[in-house]
Design a protein around this ligand. Structure first.
Ligand SMILES: C[S@@+](CC[C@H](N)C(=O)[O-])C[C@H]1O[C@@H](n2cnc3c(N)ncnc32)[C@H](O)[C@@H]1O
Length: 498
């Protein structure tokens, strides 16, 4: 696990996160990777300070570079979402809002090529050491390089980026603990550990690099500056089609889209990114998906993501997020305990019969390559694999054979193995929920009371996050309890009629 000390190191992110070691190159040729301003604008507004105070006008820059920006758009404070794109006049559905020429997105063009030398090749060599799941860090290296370079084409864009990000890698250790949810703690700690190790590795590699080939202009890059870059990318980049590959398909390429990335997130967006797939130099378009009223923010949907992703990548939590889930480990002994607590006679989850084991293997819940992570919540409510496993483990052989796996995995397939089997399965899941809730050290009411106190932004986010996780569990319990009641009343009616 990541130690509190390690997470504090990342937390100490901000102002002096990169100590400049001038080596042989004069820093005047490079833009220092420390903050240029410390104005107090964040004290009077809802959004973090930008990299420089009074950065260049982004809309004007996009237009100057040949892009199109609808005349009725402005950048303004979007309430609790930070800065955003806002309509200064009514905009008709279907209107073009922004068109970006293909040279404006910031992307890492050559991670897979070998023909670069000098500066680019060092960057590529470093990017290759980043695991695929941390793709934002690869592009983050490119961002850091452009940030360090005086005269970078992207400076008008980069100078408009926030100085700080509210993602958990920058939380104080206490607030990482305050998340109270092991799967996210694990991810946060993994990222912190990676950034600390990668910072050391970069230092080692750059020690032997010629000054002219130094990608960051001779400046040290440490875990905090890497964290800044990774968070800037994860919270703003879009993964879009890249150029057509030789086999005719397109790979997905992460890109930072100046101005487009000023749009905040909504599951009910009023705008949409459109990408023409075929032409190599296609424009990226944002279109109005609905009629947009004057003063409405322009919103994009970042994706149907759980709060784990919203918090770790974007630094916010969506209340009542319909895509939020909780993760559990599929574990026979835990299921035995749950079903016993639910009053189900003689459960045998920890010792399935051979035919049950066969089905569990097909569900990827048994055997060497099994995936034991299952989830509750989200649109599915109960992950199909878990539901099917419980139905099967609570059934006798003969009743199962005639059903296919998809039916067994579906909650809307009402009681495929009989009402009492279904009631037992659902009650076991409800008991699992009770156990899962018991793992949180505090109750929602206590969290809500803490939220009313004046707490820091990171504590506020951690409290919101854990309240939402507990709410997911409670919503699942409510829904399943309702189903059990309906099924039980059906069972009683059938028995009475018989
Ligand atoms: C792509 S940027 C959007 C522009 C950003 N608000 C800014 O000030 O530069 C994404 C960031 O905006 C904020 N944001 C976007 N949608 C939000 C939402 N629905 N709720 C809270 N914060 C949001 C988060 O800080 C997120 O990391």
């Amino acid at each position: 696990m990541m130690t509190v000390a390690a997470s504090k190191m990342l937390l100490m992110a901000t102002r002096d996160f990169i100590s400049s070691s001038s080596s042989n190159i004069s820093l005047t040729h490079f833009r220092p990777l420390t903050y240029a301003s410390s104005s107090s604008s964040s004290a009077v507004s809802n959004y973090p300070e930008r990299l420089v105070s009074n950065p260049p006008d982004l809309i004007r820059w996009v237009r100057r570079e040949g892009g199109f920006v609808h005349q009725g758009l402005k950048i303004a404070d979007d309430g609790s979402n930070g800065l955003g794109l806002v309509a200064s006049e009514e905009i008709q559905k279907g209107s073009d809002l922004i068109a970006l020429p293909s040279h404006l997105p910031l992307r890492f063009r050559s991670v897979d090529s070998d023909d670069e030398d000098g500066l680019e090749s060092v960057l590529i060599q470093l990017a290759r050491q980043v695991p695929e799941e941390l793709w934002a860090m690869k592009l983050g290296l490119k961002l850091l390089r452009e940030r360090a370079t005086v005269g970078s084409f992207w400076w008008p864009y980069i100078s408009n980026l926030p100085q700080t990000y509210s993602v958990p890698i920058f939380f104080p250790g206490e607030d990482i603990k305050n998340l109270q949810y092991a799967p996210l703690l694990h991810q946060v700690n993994k990222r912190c550990r990676f950034l600390l190790d990668f910072g050391k590795e970069i230092k080692r590699v750059l020690e032997s690099v010629r000054p002219d080939d130094h990608p960051f202009g001779g400046q040290d890059v440490d875990a905090s500056s890497l964290g800044w870059a990774m968070s800037a990318v994860s919270s703003r980049a879009f993964r879009l089609h890249g150029e057509r590959l030789p086999d005719g398909t397109h790979g997905y390429v992460p890109m930072m889209l100046p101005l487009i990335d000023m749009c905040n997130h909504s599951f009910h967006p009023n705008a949409l990114i459109v990408q023409e797939e075929d032409t190599k130099s296609s424009n990226l378009l944002v279109k109005a998906e609905t009629h947009i009223k004057q003063n409405d923010p322009v919103m994009l949907n970042y994706g149907c993501l759980s709060n784990d992703f919203f918090l770790i990548d974007y630094g916010f939590v969506v209340p009542s997020n319909p895509y939020d889930t909780i993760e559990l480990k599929y574990d026979g002994a835990l299921l035995d305990a749950a079903s016993m607590a639910a009053g189900i006679p003689s459960p045998n989850f920890s010792s399935p019969t051979p035919w049950q084991q066969q089905i569990l293997s097909r569900l990827n819940l048994h055997g060497e390559v099994s995936d034991l992570k299952v989830s509750l919540g989200g649109p599915e409510l109960v992950e199909g694999r878990l539901l099917a496993a419980l139905r099967v483990l609570l059934a006798s052989d003969g009743t199962v054979e005639k059903h296919d796996l998809n039916t067994l995995k579906s909650l809307s397939a009402e009681a495929p193995l009989g009402v009492s089997n279904e009631v037992a399965a659902l009650r076991t899941i409800i008991a699992l929920c009770v156990i899962a809730l018991g793992h949180f050290p505090t109750k929602i009411m206590e969290d809500e009371a803490l939220l009313k106190e004046s707490v820091s932004h990171s504590t506020d986010l951690a409290l919101q996050f854990r309240i939402q996780k507990k709410s997911v569990i409670i919503d699942v319990m409510r829904n399943l309890t309702r189903r059990v009641k309906i099924l039980s009343s059906k069972e009683t009616t059938t028995t009475n009629q018989a």
